[in-house]
Design a protein around this ligand. Structure first.
Ligand code: SUG
Length: 446
């Protein structure tokens, strides 16, 4: 499958902000729970992310970046009644509860697969590219991302002739939406009209539900996102994630399934009704391929631990297929064996392993760190230029990280007034570096 120049898939990676830390905020995300209150390394985290983005750029794929959101979220803390100077607000929040402050300090916007769901212009009813911001209501530290994400995407995709950026669904438990992490687009060619598989964890009208951990995505939310994003109704498929998977730590579908082109690659225990998913996909996508990993070869636990499915399945400009997997997949013998088998069978041309350990410790693998946006050349040209990575910009960003991000951050450091100053200084410098224009961040607007 050689991609046409008309429409190509861009990956927009989340730049890791200076407050990257391990606060154990995501129950049901085993890595986040396991590493709670550990020491994080913000500089290494940001450089690991940039290394991945640079690799894709060097492979000839359109590669962009989404800037981190402002942290601390002072408006969010002030809305809870904390007052006084910025540093007084932070200190008072810490005294009230360190865990509360941690929510407003989290660098979780790095996982841009949760920023929005994307409907490319080739499948939308009005011929524009739609981005529906995710409300992330399941977790308080993530729910506060929605408004700033909307503002950022509205600036980066500002041209109304090409783009429509939608606000997140209402913040209500029946409408939990986690964005592209629960959405997979399949298509014969990236430029050809595709098929959209929305995977939800719970349906208020029935069906099984997980027992140990709460499902984050509802069926109503998935359906509403498809409507808001003006997706041609015939191109939408809805399927329920297996509750046993959620209970085993699969808090998003992209922890157990990844698709690209005509290939859907997933674990045996990904869906409640696998046969129905395959039938529906095959009916709409001639030549659809399914690679189902049996639990007997890779257990659910090994899939979650290694993040096998949270890989980037990429079609390179040469037409070759590459899987970009976390280093943890190389270290897990069953997973590595499985991937080597896929190469031997000609399903993949190459597997590359990357060290993304800082993000992985919070449950964020390669696929979490990027938002896939299939775009035509005209659409790419209509975005804000600050969106795109170039070799020069990547060098400059590495310098920016080395200047602004701390080597290490402990949970107690979150109350440090200097961290607040450093964070805002970093974001100020970033807006200049990326040419994002004045007032990009709330603190810059006074
Ligand atoms: O929402 N972790 C994120 C990881 C998101 C992964 N994204 C995808 N699978 N697409 C989450 O659970 C942990 C933060 C902390 O514990 O400090 C966190 O938010």
């Amino acid at each position: 499958m050689v991609q046409t120049d008309a429409a190509r898939e861009a990956n927009l990676d989340g730049l890791v902000g200076p407050t990257h830390n391990y606060a154990g905020l995501s129950e049901g995300n085993l890595a986040s729970e396991r590493h709670a209150r550990g020491i994080s390394r913000p500089r290494a985290a940001a450089l690991q992310g940039l290394r991945k983005a640079r690799l894709l750029m060097e492979l000839g794929l359109p590669q962009g970046l989404l800037p981190p959101l402002q942290r601390p979220d002072l408006a969010g803390l002030r809305a809870l009644g904390f007052s006084g100077s910025d540093s007084a607000v932070v200190e008072a929040a810490w005294r009230s509860s360190p865990a509360l402050l941690a929510r407003y300090m989290s660098a979780s916007s790095m996982w841009t697969a949760n920023a929005a769901t994307v409907v490319p212009s080739s499948e939308s009813l009005d011929g524009r590219l739609h981005l529906v911001v995710a409300n992330l209501v399941a977790k308080p530290h993530r729910a506060i991302e929605a408004d700033q994400t909307f503002e950022a995407l509205s600036r980066l995709f500002a041209d109304p002739n090409h783009f429509a950026v939608h606000r997140a669904l209402p913040h209500h438990a029946t409408l939990g939406d986690e964005g592209a992490a629960n959405h997979t687009r399949l298509a014969g060619e990236h430029g050809a009209p595709g098929l959209h598989l929305f995977v939800y964890g719970t349906d208020e009208h029935g069906g099984p539900t997980p027992r140990r951990f709460a499902a984050r995505q509802t069926r109503l939310a998935s359906e509403s996102v498809a409507r808001l994003g003006a997706l041609e109704p015939a191109r939408a498929l809805f399927a329920q994630q297996h509750p046993a998977a959620i209970d085993a730590g699969v808090f998003h579908n992209d922890v157990i399934c990844v698709g690209n082109g005509r290939l859907l690659f997933h674990h045996e225990q990904a869906f409640v009704d696998t046969a129905a998913v395959h039938r529906a996909v095959a009916a709409q996508l001639p030549g659809a391929q399914f690679e189902v990993v049996p639990a007997g070869e890779v257990s659910l636990a090994a899939a979650v631990q290694s993040y096998l499915f949270n890989a980037q399945l990429l079609t390179l400009p040469t037409g070759a297929t590459m899987l970009l997997a976390p280093e943890e997949c190389r270290e897990e013998p069953a997973v590595r064996r499985y991937l080597e088998g896929m190469v031997a069978r000609g399903l993949l041309d190459e597997v590359r392993y990357l060290d993304l350990r800082e993000s992985m410790r919070n449950g964020g693998g390669p696929a979490c760190l990027r938002l896939r946006v299939v775009m035509t050349a005209a659409e790419r040209a209509a975005t804000a230029p600050g969106l795109w990575l170039t070799p020069e910009r990547c060098d400059a960003l590495e310098g920016w990280v080395s200047r602004h991000h701390r080597e290490a951050l402990s949970p107690e450091d979150l109350r440090d007034p200097l961290l607040l100053q450093e964070s805002f200084a970093a974001l100020d410098a970033l807006t200049v570096l990326l040419g994002l224009g004045g007032g990009f961040y709330p603190f810059q607007r006074g």
